[in-house]
Design a protein around this ligand. Structure first.
Ligand SMILES: O=C(O)c1cc(=O)[nH]c(=O)n1[C@@H]1O[C@H](COP(=O)(O)O)[C@@H](O)[C@H]1O
Length: 295
């Protein structure tokens, strides 16, 4: 059985997202490769910044990553720019990647009041969703419990969510470091995610409720005394590469939670295109280096 077949099977055996993610990163390494068709990147690949350019950029990424890279994270915004036809390109990419056994985290950062969140949940995590990924990024700044429809539906359909906790941008501090009595906002996300993952932890498995903690957050995890290992869920860490985050930063930020980290890199990997082989090689080399680090 090829590696592609084995991961495809995992996606169809009723395993949780946490279980599938662990198996996939064990097989392919921990890199989460982003598909972020920025105007400058698309043009640097010699493509027009239009629907045709978007499609060719995305198809190249799919050809390079599908079945080869364990986890891919398309950024919805870059497809939404082109309206419904751009979203159709995104949906086709998600489907093709998943058919090849690559896990897809849709980066949509949705968050709204519970009744509206239920519709977002159906759209991205429901069993009848048009082109669901394996997980979606969500924003908890209407309150962690406003995410309940997504948390519950993801659990039912074997999918995952990644909740923003300490984002990679400097502006995030003003909200995420704020304290509610003795607890920082970020710490409340850690506690909530840990409680969602408690049953999986008791079974000795990785949970399916992840957090986003940027590689660029410096000493925030230590300052805020966050116990990231206790989350027992995947820790998506964007900021590697173009935003300045390095392997050393990952080691410093995550300490004893390093084994659960999913480092995400978009522009640095994508800058190796448009040649499919060069793009794939950049992703595979990055993943191998990160696997050594996280081992
Ligand atoms: O949720 C995310 O993925 C995310 C969270 C965060 O804190 N910071 C962050 O950069 N991201 C996303 O990760 C990607 C980073 O892209 P690069 O900076 O090009 O590697 C973008 O799609 C961002 O929207």
């Amino acid at each position: 059985m090829s590696t592609t077949d084995s991961t495809t099977d995992l996606a169809m055996t009723g395993l949780t997202f946490g279980q599938r993610l662990r198996a996939t990163t064990d097989l392919h390494g921990p890199l989460c490769a982003g598909i972020d068709p920025h105007r400058t990147l698309v043009e640097s690949w010699g493509l027009g910044y239009d629907l045709d350019g978007l499609r060719r950029f995305t198809d190249t990424c799919v050809e390079a990553f599908a079945g080869q890279v364990g986890v891919v994270k398309p950024q919805s915004a870059f497809f939404e720019v082109f309206g419904s036809r751009g979203v159709a390109v995104l949906e086709e990419a998600i489907t093709a990647l998943r058919e090849a056994g690559t896990l897809v985290i849709l980066d949509a950062k949705r968050g709204d009041i519970g009744s509206t969140m239920a519709a977002y949940a159906e759209a991205y995590l429901g069993k009848d969703a048009v082109a669901p990924g394996d997980a979606v990024t969500v924003s908890p700044y209407l309150g962690f419990e406003s995410l309940r429809p997504a948390l519950d539906l993801a659990a039912q359909t074997g999918r995952g969510v990644f909740v923003l906790a300490l984002t990679s941008n400097p502006e995030g501090r003003s909200v995420q470091h704020a304290r509610l009595r003795d607890t920082s906002v970020a710490e409340s996300m850690v506690t909530s995610a840990a409680s969602m993952n408690a049953a999986a932890a008791a079974r000795g498995e990785l949970g399916s409720v992840g957090l986003v903690v940027g590689a660029t957050v410096g000493t925030a995890v230590q300052e805020l005394q966050l116990d990231l290992a206790a989350v027992n869920g995947p820790l998506l860490s964007p900021g590697v590469g173009a935003q300045g985050g390095t392997s050393d930063d990952l080691r410093r930020v995550f300490g004893d939670a390093l084994h659960n980290v999913l480092p995400a890199s978009s522009r640095e990997v994508l800058s190796a295109g448009p040649d499919v082989t060069a793009l794939r090689d950049r992703a595979l080399e990055t993943s191998a280096t990160l696997a050594d680090l996280l081992r």
